[in-house]
Design a protein around this ligand. Structure first.
Ligand code: AMP
Ligand code: ZN
Length: 131
């Protein structure tokens, strides 16, 4: 499987690796949407959360938890977003599961907007569908 993150894992494409263990790597995102933008990536290829085994997912999130704290502290960021896109409509462009760590700064230009559609949704009906 020669997706870009598999090629990075195999050392066939250069990357700036800031963490590695037997199951996971973390590299600096090439786009640096905010300063310190990091991707946490499983070494084994899984397209998305839907195909990720739970034990690997939990391990990767443990690494996200550790790195989010470390990166935010080391870069003197005031806040941090953790983001994971699954599927094209969700904005996933690389089909190899990954979690973004995005340190946040006063006046950075990253926009994540949740529009309020609460008045158009029957929450009881929705709850019945999901619970
Ligand atoms: P997503 O849109 O959630 O699939 O995110 C894919 C991310 O991978 C984007 O933020 C890209 O900037 C990043 N990316 C793509 N190619 C590389 C690469 N060769 N090295 C580092 N980051 C990359
Ligand atoms: Zn891959």
């Amino acid at each position: 499987m020669s997706c870009v993150f598999c090629l990075i894992n195999e050392g066939k494409i250069p990357s700036k690796k800031i963490y590695e263990d037997d199951k996971v790597i973390a590299i600096l995102d090439i786009s640096q949407a905010t300063y310190g933008h990091t991707l946490v990536i499983p070494k084994e290829h899984y397209d998305d959360i839907f195909s990720m085994p739970l034990d690997l997912y939990l391990h990767l999130q443990e690494v996200v938890h550790k790195l989010a704290k470390e990166i935010t502290t080391k870069l003197n960021a005031s806040s941090c977003n953790i983001l994971n896109n699954n599927g094209e409509l969700a904005g996933q462009t690389v089909k190899h599961f990954h979690v973004h760590i995005l340190p946040r700064y006063e006046n950075d230009d990253l926009k994540i907007t949740f529009t309020d559609h609460g008045n158009k949704v029957d929450l009881d009906e929705l709850k019945n569908k999901l619970a």
